[in-house]
Design a protein around this ligand. Sequence first.
Ligand SMILES: Nc1nc2c(ncn2[C@@H]2O[C@H](COP(=O)(O)OP(=O)(O)OP(=O)(O)O)[C@@H](O)[C@H]2O)c(=O)[nH]1
Length: 260
Amino acid sequence: MKDKEDDALLAQVAALLDSPEHVGHPLHDALQRLYLHHCDQQVQVQRLIDISDRYQSLAMEARQVTEQRYQRALRRQRKLSRISDGYQALMHERNQALHQASTHDPLTGLPNRRLIIERLEEFVRQRRRFTLTLLDIDHFKRINDCHGHDVGDRLLVAITQTLSATLRDYDLCARWGGEEFLLLLADTDRNEARSIVERLRSCLAAVTLRAGDQTISVTVSAGLSQHRPGDPHQTTLMRADQALLKAKRAGRDRSLSDSI
Ligand SMILES: Nc1nc2c(ncn2[C@@H]2O[C@H](COP(=O)(O)OP(=O)(O)OP(=O)(O)O)[C@@H](O)[C@H]2O)c(=O)[nH]1
């Protein structure tokens, strides 16, 4: 509205200046200069407005481009984070699987030699009281020979389940060798250990396995040794092994303690 009024006023002034009857009027020159000056100012103002408009649209474009780049970078970052999280979870899983494989026996799932030796070293370092028991299935070779290796494996698993179910939570049972298990009976002296092992032996003697039309059961022999403070764990192990040998030689199906 204002622009229209301005345009109308300017047109009116231009018409007055062009009109022959006003030529020579004392205000004609001053009004003409004022008119031209105004027109010139108007052109400059319009130029400034154009520049400002261009600048604003450039700034807006730049802002949009920056925003788009930021959103793209954000999406890329989130994707990388998801990949990294997945990768870390996978690494964690693999590490756990590796750790499990390096410390446990694959057939029975029991701790292996490496793990129980670590625990033994810890017990010795902490000067804890413990008794070691080496437990060996009697005539296990015959099971394999008569019924096959698979039946032998199943029997090992069944024995393991009974061992794990019968032992106390704070004891440790490891698969020491083929048909040999090492028990770390924590905070236990030889007498307590002996009664635990006898209870264990009768539970193990009750384990049965069907193989074809036959029912298989086994007996176990055990050698015990109470750890003596100051001894390395190897010495206690050696004594338990000797006691086991004696139990085997004495006819199997029994437990013997080392001679003090
Ligand atoms: N099925 C099976 N058999 C195994 C495994 N590891 C070792 N053995 C077998 O265990 C048997 C051990 O035999 P021996 O050392 O002669 O002992 P044994 O027959 O138990 O005799 P004693 O210990 O003297 O009573 C061998 O036949 C080995 O092949 C296993 O993981 N699975």
